[in-house]
Design a protein around this ligand. Structure first.
Ligand SMILES: Cc1ncc(COP(=O)(O)O)c(C=O)c1O
Length: 390
């Protein structure tokens, strides 16, 4: 292993770079999670998260990864053999589907080409056909981290309403929360799934559920077995700032600091920053003569950009070279697109010069790997950033 000086570039689409302010908060001494100081901390972060999810309803925090928060959404609201409607937008939608099947749910999994998001017309058609209301939930991944495609959740909500169907709406915002505009309450979402290690700029370890009153009602009759994930015990303890089991105390310190940072910047500015860096990245890809995986400009992700390799070139070999030469990690292709794409994470604690470094590393890597492309992508992105002040 050769010695690498300077800072490592962590440009995968999560976990993201943890800001120094958050790292310092994480390093505070651990306190008694049944004491008054802890209650103050947790009541503060539970309120703060409501502002991040844009909801007045409860948010549940688990000491878990995002996968745990997926499971919590399902087991709290559904019963064995319930039917759910999902879309194969990519690798993460597929994993969530696999979990639903493993839990005994019947999944209508609508295929896509992994270049598009959820089609609201299909939602409306499927729900309209479902006269006896067997479909209990529509489940969508807002930002598909494996493809860089963002589905339009307000249109999915409208489609459910047009079909006049009572299904719940559950949305995975694991790689969009605090990066791409998302409004749990205004958009009529019943359960929003999130986690700590992406837009919230924390290390992995917190799984999140924002919950509507309709979802809380569904929980009263839902029969899937649950214990660790049970909202009821959690929400009862949370009322006075406590948890039914040991919470991830130090991550909550980090969360408090991350919420301060997001609110100092202002959520609309956070979203605009992500939009601008994503647009600059696409300029670079275009100038390289390469193609973005997302096929619909309306669905371009502002958290990450997935780039298609020119015919026959291996994306994983390129990423290995970039890691060795420039100490930068980019996201590999997952599932069906393994080796065919690479993913540039531009979410979380990120700025113009970090983007400049990221794109320069990719451009040098493409050149050293002998991949057919045109130089000038990094320069095109810088020009965009100059012309489009943040
Ligand atoms: C969209 C999406 N959903 C779910 C997950 C799973 O989350 P975790 O790996 O934290 O369990 C990920 C992970 O990257 C993701 O990007």
């Amino acid at each position: 292993m050769t010695f690498q000086s300077g800072r490592h570039f962590l440009q995968i689409p999560g976990p993201t770079n943890v800001p120094d302010r958050v790292l310092r908060a994480l390093s505070r001494p651990t306190i008694d999670h049944r004491g008054p100081e802890f209650a103050k901390l947790s009541l503060g972060v539970l309120e703060g998260l409501k502002r991040i999810f844009q909801t007045s309803g409860p948010v549940v925090i688990y000491p878990s990864s995002g996968t745990g928060a997926w499971e919590a959404a399902l087991v709290n609201t559904l019963s064995a053999d319930d039917k759910v409607l999902m879309f194969e937008t990519g690798h993460f939608a597929t994993l969530w589907r696999n979990m639903a099947v493993a839990l005994g749910l019947e999944v209508d999994f609508v295929p896509t080409d992994w270049r598009h998001g959820v089609d609201p017309n299909i939602v409306e058609q499927k729900l309209t056909e479902d006269k006896d209301h067997r479909i209990k939930s529509v489940m969508a991944v807002h930002n598909e981290t494996s493809t860089g495609v963002t589905s339009n959740i307000p249109l999915v909500r409208k489609a459910i309403d047009r079909a006049n169907h009572p299904a719940l709406l559950m949305v995975d915002t694991i790689s969009s929360l605090a990066s791409i505009d998302y409004r749990h309450e205004e958009w009529g979402v019943d359960v929003t799934v999130g986690c700590s290690q992406k837009g919230l700029m924390l290390p992995p370890g917190l799984g999140l559920n924002a919950v509507s009153s309709k979802a809380l009602d569904a929980a009263k009759s839902a029969k899937l077995p649950r214990s660790f994930w049970d909202w009821e015990a959690m929400l009862a303890a949370n009322k006075i700032g406590f948890f039914p089991y040991t919470p991830a105390t130090n991550l909550l310190y980090g969360l408090q600091e991350a919420i301060h940072m997001l609110e100092e910047e202002g959520l609309p500015n956070v979203f605009a920053r992500h939009d601008r860096h994503a647009a600059a990245t696409r300029r670079a890809v275009q100038a390289w003569g390469l193609e973005v995986l997302c096929a619909d400009p309306q669905e371009y992700s502002s958290s990450l950009t997935a780039v298609m390799m020119p015919g026959g070139c291996d994306a994983d070999a390129l990423l290995d070279l970039i890691l060795k030469k420039f100490d930068m990690c980019l996201g590999i292709g997952l599932g069906k697109v393994k080796g065919k794409i690479f993913r540039i994470g531009h979410l979380g604690n990120f700025n113009d010069l970090m983007l400049a470094g990221t794109l320069s590393g990719i451009e040098m890597g493409l050149s050293l790997a002998g991949i057919p492309f045109s130089k000038g992508g990094a320069a095109a992105a810088l020009e965009y950033l100059e012309d489009t002040p943040g």
